[in-house]
Design a protein around this ligand. Structure first.
Ligand SMILES: Nc1ncnc2c1ncn2[C@@H]1O[C@H](COP(=O)(O)OP(=O)(O)OP(=O)(O)O)[C@@H](O)[C@H]1O
Length: 419
């Protein structure tokens, strides 16, 4: 049976949407997730159990108030129902009933020294539906600087595990969101070539929020599931090697290019980067951006020079290491972009490739772009860059080529840009 949002649920969603989302910085994620104990994970679970419904409630409200009657479109209703369903799953997830002393500890600043009362040599924790929990070490006359000092009983692990399963399922439910919302833009695009700034702003917010939600979920799942490694904190790699990531993205983009155009050899990609330059980042985000940008350059070069030349002008990737940013410049000689088209390249669905067909009946898989044709590459890559305090800029010399500058903030202190 089709999912329906009851009026009671909608009231709850409206209530949660009154709270602003709480942004987290890359630095906080790294500091928080280093060698997490079950206590730290419990704290993370509680943060997500509060935060995800707020972020999701904002999206439901927004999907319900789109301009031009777009909220009535079946694809938008479908996406809104996924968000509402996830909201409902989260708010109905049973919260653990912790004794006041533990609740205090969980909400206290972890740096704060808290003395446990002398008369508490042992205590039990009750989790809803899961019986009694007992720390296996007696706690008496000790000071605990944070909750990780407690030896958490297996039931806490069980609670963390159940929550992890829930949010994994939510992430999966939302996999097809981009292709489904893509239909909206496709239809819009077919109707008029004029950019609707309202829709554009909505999509930027919507996809940025999606990146944030998926980052928080991905990080939490990884912290709970993956064995600890010295170079990773969840899905964040503290030793992301830029030269290697560029090389992998270049190999993949060249491979796709050769397949698509039937080339023997795609244009060369020359990289100028210190081989041992590392920084803290999410490698999947970086690979995604580099792959999209290199694909664009390869396509521009091949389409300008044709498919039967002996040698193409190379694409150059120059990596500069500053105190604040690491900047990756990608320069091609693919003819550039007319200046009047520059604002369009940042809009969703703007593409000079033959528009890919988005089949409304085939929206169950995650979004996968071929060589080109959705018009998502640049705007989504810019959101990824901005998500951790970086940016993406493009400068073109029509008649010659294009330079894109990918700015990445080193160990970003800025909170997620969620407004
Ligand atoms: N390096 C470049 N040189 C010339 N034109 C470019 C370059 N990069 C982007 N463009 C122009 O900008 C348009 C939008 O690029 P974008 O990456 O957003 O989408 P796309 O590559 O067309 O499709 P996809 O979503 O599959 O990446 C391209 O279709 C192309 O016309």
């Amino acid at each position: 049976m089709a999912y329906r949002i009851t009026s009671q649920l909608y009231e709850k969603i409206k209530h949660f949407a009154r709270f602003p989302p709480t942004g987290v910085s890359l630095r906080q994620m790294v500091m928080f997730g280093q060698n997490p104990s079950q206590g730290t994970l419990l704290r993370a679970t509680q943060f997500l159990a509060d935060e995800l419904p707020i972020r999701i409630a904002h999206r439901v409200k927004e999907l319900d108030n789109l301009p031009h009657n777009l909220s009535e479109m079946p694809s938008i209703i479908k996406v809104k129902n996924w968000y509402a369903q996830s909201f409902e799953d989260l708010v109905n997830f049973p919260k653990p009933e912790l004794p006041p002393i533990i609740r205090e500890k969980l909400s206290a600043n972890s740096a704060e020294q808290t003395k446990l009362p002398d008369n508490v040599p042992n205590f039990s924790i009750n989790l809803t539906n899961s019986g009694k929990l007992k720390p296996s070490v007696p706690i008496g006359h000790r000071y605990y600087s944070n909750i990780d000092d407690l030896d958490w009983p297996p039931e806490v692990r069980y609670y963390n595990e159940k929550f992890t399963k829930l949010i994994e399922a939510i992430k999966r439910r939302h996999d097809p969101v981009v292709t489904t919302v893509g239909i909206l833009e496709y239809k819009q695009h077919k109707k008029s070539a004029v950019i609707d700034t309202d829709i554009q702003a909505f999509l930027d917010r919507f996809y940025m929020s999606r990146i944030g939600i998926r980052m928080l979920i991905g990080q939490h799942v990884a912290l709970n599931r993956l064995p600890s490694r010295s170079d990773y904190v969840g899905i964040i790699c503290t030793k992301t090697n830029i030269a290697q990531t560029v090389q992998d993205a270049a190999d993949n983009a060249r491979f796709i290019c050769e397949e698509y155009y039937g080339l023997f050899r795609a244009p060369e990609i020359q990289t100028f980067c210190p081989p041992d330059l590392i920084f803290t980042y999410v490698p999947t985000h970086l690979s995604h951006m580099l792959f999209e940008l290199l694909k664009n350059s390869l396509r521009a070069v091949v389409e300008l020079f044709g498919d039967d030349v002996d040698e193409y002008p190379p694409i150059r990737v120059i990596v500069a290491e500053g105190k604040e940013d690491i900047t990756i410049k990608i320069s091609d000689e693919g003819g550039g972009i007319p200046r009047s088209n520059i604002p369009l390249v940042w809009t969703y669905m703007y593409t000079t490739a033959e528009v890919q067909k988005l089949d409304p009946d085939f929206i169950d898989s995650d979004f996968k772009a071929p060589m080109a044709g959705f018009g998502y590459g640049l705007p989504i890559s810019r959101l990824y860059a901005r998500y951790f305090g970086g940016d993406l800029k493009l400068i073109s010399m029509e008649g010659f080529g294009t330079d894109v500058y990918l700015h990445l903030n080193r160990i970003s202190n800025s909170d997620e840009p969620l407004h």
